[in-house]
Design a protein around this ligand. Structure first.
Ligand code: NAD
Length: 258
């Protein structure tokens, strides 16, 4: 168990994919976890509990500011503090701008960007009172570069990289840091949908679609593993990262080096 033992983390969207791996990785450090997200919550809770830490669940819809406020309040009430905030919940929708529905635009901006403002807005006073906190925003390579058919996603992810810098600067003289992690392709349910769509569109197998998708952007030709992203988050939570402030740290198989 590490120096992080006993701290409290909220990982939004932690019932699946990267968020679940983050929650399990942090739990293995002895950190208490508030789980959030839809879908298979019982399996996520069980996996985190198996790490030997306290865990609870709040089903806030991250597109709803009032529910986000309650999520932060309930986390602080249940565990006594909120020390580590991982803004991870996210969705995707792909279409050209002229075909992009207003509903899809609004939902992506709300869940992938505005939610991180609301969680931070409500969590920062408690962090400031303890002069310690870590805010980790799961952005994307799409916070650094664009891709076609992802207008809302790319706008939201560039936005969250900007929000990261402002929160880092406003708290630069405190024990609170704020950084963004920018993953390339990670094989989660969010990406599997894009693999399925490609397999159907091109009439190729699932395996071939995966290879085509990842090779197109990532020179390594390999997916990033959710556990690798969790290891980076744990580093950012630790004392060696206390002067990493406002970074947008890519882990992308070389995608953005090109
Ligand atoms: P995922 O679909 O596996 O998980 C998304 C999580 O967010 C789930 O727990 C889901 O229930 C939750 N969620 C969705 N809408 C929500 C809402 N309104 N309220 C509360 N929870 C909600 O996706 P993932 O790939 O693990 O993505 C996690 C984050 O990582 C996202 O922000 C995504 O943009 C980012 N990301 C993913 C990749 C990738 O290749 N998978 C790459 C870069 C960045």
């Amino acid at each position: 168990m590490s120096h992080l033992k006993g701290k409290v983390a909220l990982v939004t969207g932690s019932t699946s994919g990267i968020g679940l791996a983050m929650a399990i990785g942090l739990a293995k450090q002895g950190i208490k976890i508030m789980v959030n997200g839809f879908g298979e919550k019982d399996a996520a809770i069980a996996a985190i509990k198996a790490c030997g830490v306290e865990v609870d669940y709040h089903g806030a819809d991250m597109s709803k500011p009032a529910e986000i406020e309650d999520l932060i309040k309930q986390t602080e009430k249940r565990f006594g503090s909120l020390d580590i905030l991982v803004n991870n919940a996210g969705i995707q929708h792909t279409a050209n701008v002229e075909d992009f529905s207003a509903d899809s635009w609004e939902s992506i901006i709300a869940i992938n960007l505005s939610s991180a403002f609301y969680t931070s807005h409500h969590a920062l006073p408690g962090m400031k009172s303890r002069n310690w906190g870590r805010i980790i925003n799961i952005a994307s390579v799409h916070g650094l570069v664009g891709s076609i058919q992802k207008a809302a996603y790319v706008a939201a992810k560039h936005g969250i990289v900007g929000l990261t810098k402002v929160i880092a600067l406003e708290n630069a003289k405190t024990g609170i840091t704020c950084n963004a992690i920018c993953p390339g392709w990670v094989l989660t349910p969010l990406v599997q949908k894009q693999v399925d769509a490609r397999a159907e569109r091109e009439g190729i197998s699932n395996e071939a679609a995966k290879k085509a998708l990842v090779s197109e952007k990532q020179p390594s030709g390999e997916f990033v593993a959710p556990e690798q992203l969790a290891a980076l988050a744990i580093f950012l939570c630790g004392p060696d990262a206390s002067e990493v402030r406002g970074a947008a740290w890519n882990m992308d198989g070389g995608w953005t080096a090109q």
